[in-house]
Design a protein around this ligand. Structure first.
Ligand code: IPM
Ligand code: MN
Length: 334
């Protein structure tokens, strides 16, 4: 398997090397193809990504991605959004599960929960149809039948492998594009025999905080899925624990939900678990289920042992966590 590896910016440089070490520890047979894209490259060369970079990615089976800094600059086009669109990675799959470890943050959910956000990843408000003028700026939100049906199908497929409960998230009481999305999702759920309910996105945010244990699979448009992902990460205890998979028909990209975290970058304290669990999602995608299981076991081990980075209330460094993980896997394989 050929894996394009993008460390990106900030903590991306710190969390991807441990993820690669873990993949080597489980003896995945893979070739690493490093690709440099991101804000750092933009500052140096004036371009965040070259067309050639996309060709290199297309020549690989999948991508392991760290994080990229996206400045608040209207002249800068987000590299990650471009990769998602160009490779048609339409399904952003983000699992959120409570952990059985004490985490020193007040907002961790009290009851155990386990749900997945399936976020449409190529259109909606992130579709790139925008314009900015002297007195007005417009961002177009286009929702298509194709985009909605395929994300609904993915969500239904995942729901059927789980508790068969789908929640369709929208704001159809206000937005026509949401009424359209809602109806198409309902049609697909009915066709696929999936039990569904629906929630307005604002109420959804409230209810996720109050009763996350009620949910199984959520399907949402791009911006809503993005916002609910970070909210959900807080319920888990840290963005540093949350992985994701961006999946299309042909390619896939695996990345932690967190960003480049410039505030802690370079300090060696970033939590590598989100990147490592993203590598685990890559193993699942590649049907390497036994190896994926090993990675999960190793992650459980370090958490149970209390080897925690500062975001989880611990004192361990990025390296402490990754050494413990890799050591555990090496012992298991002896
Ligand atoms: C994410 C990130 C990206 C997004 C940004 C960096 C473009 O926040 O993966 O959730 O909004 O999709
Ligand atoms: Mn986000």
């Amino acid at each position: 398997m050929k894996v394009a590896v993008i460390e990106g910016d900030g903590v991306g440089h710190e969390v991807i090397p441990p993820a690669l070490k873990v993949l080597k520890a489980v003896e995945l047979d893979f070739e690493i193809v490093p690709v440099e894209v991101g804000y750092g490259k933009w500052e140096r060369t004036g371009r965040a990504m070259d067309d050639n970079d996309l060709d290199v990615m297309r020549d690989c089976d999948c991508i392991l991605f760290g994080a990229i800094t996206t400045p608040n600059d209207p002249n800068y086009q987000s590299v990650l959004l471009r990769i998602r669109r160009e490779l048609d990675l339409y399904a952003n799959v983000r699992p959120f599960r409570s952990l059985n470890i004490p985490i020193d943050t007040p907002y961790v959910a009290k009851e155990p929960f386990d749900f997945i956000i399936v976020r449409e990843n190529t259109e909606g408000l992130y579709g790139g149809k925008e314009d900015i003028g002297e007195d007005r700026a417009t961002s177009m939100r286009t929702i298509t039948r194709k985009g909605s049906e395929r994300i609904a199908r993915t969500a239904c497929k995942i729901a059927k492998e789980r508790k068969n409960r789908l929640t369709i998230v929208h704001k159809a009481n206000v937005l026509k594009s949401c009424s359209f999305f809602r109806e198409l999702c309902i049609d697909v759920a009915q066709e696929d025999g999936v039990q569904y309910n629906e929630a307005l996105v604002d109420a959804m945010a409230y209810n996720l905080i109050l009763t996350p244990q009620k949910y199984d699979v959520l399907v949402a448009t791009n911006l809503f899925g993005d916002i609910l992902s970070d909210l959900s990460a807080a319920l888990v205890g840290s963005l540093g624990l949350c992985p994701s998979a961006n999946i299309g028909e042909k390619y896939a990209l695996f990345e932690p939900v967190h960003g480049s975290a410039p505030d802690i970058a370079g300090k060696g304290i970033a939590n590598p678990l989100a990147a490592i669990l993203s590598a685990k999602m890559m193993l699942e995608w590649a049907e390497e289920h036994e190896k994926a299981g090993l990675v999960q076991q190793a992650v459980n081990y370090v958490l149970e042992k209390g080897i925690k980075t500062t975001d989880l209330g611990g004192h361990a460094s990025t390296k402490d966590v990754s050494y413990a993980l890799v050591g555990y896997i090496a012992n298991l394989r002896k």
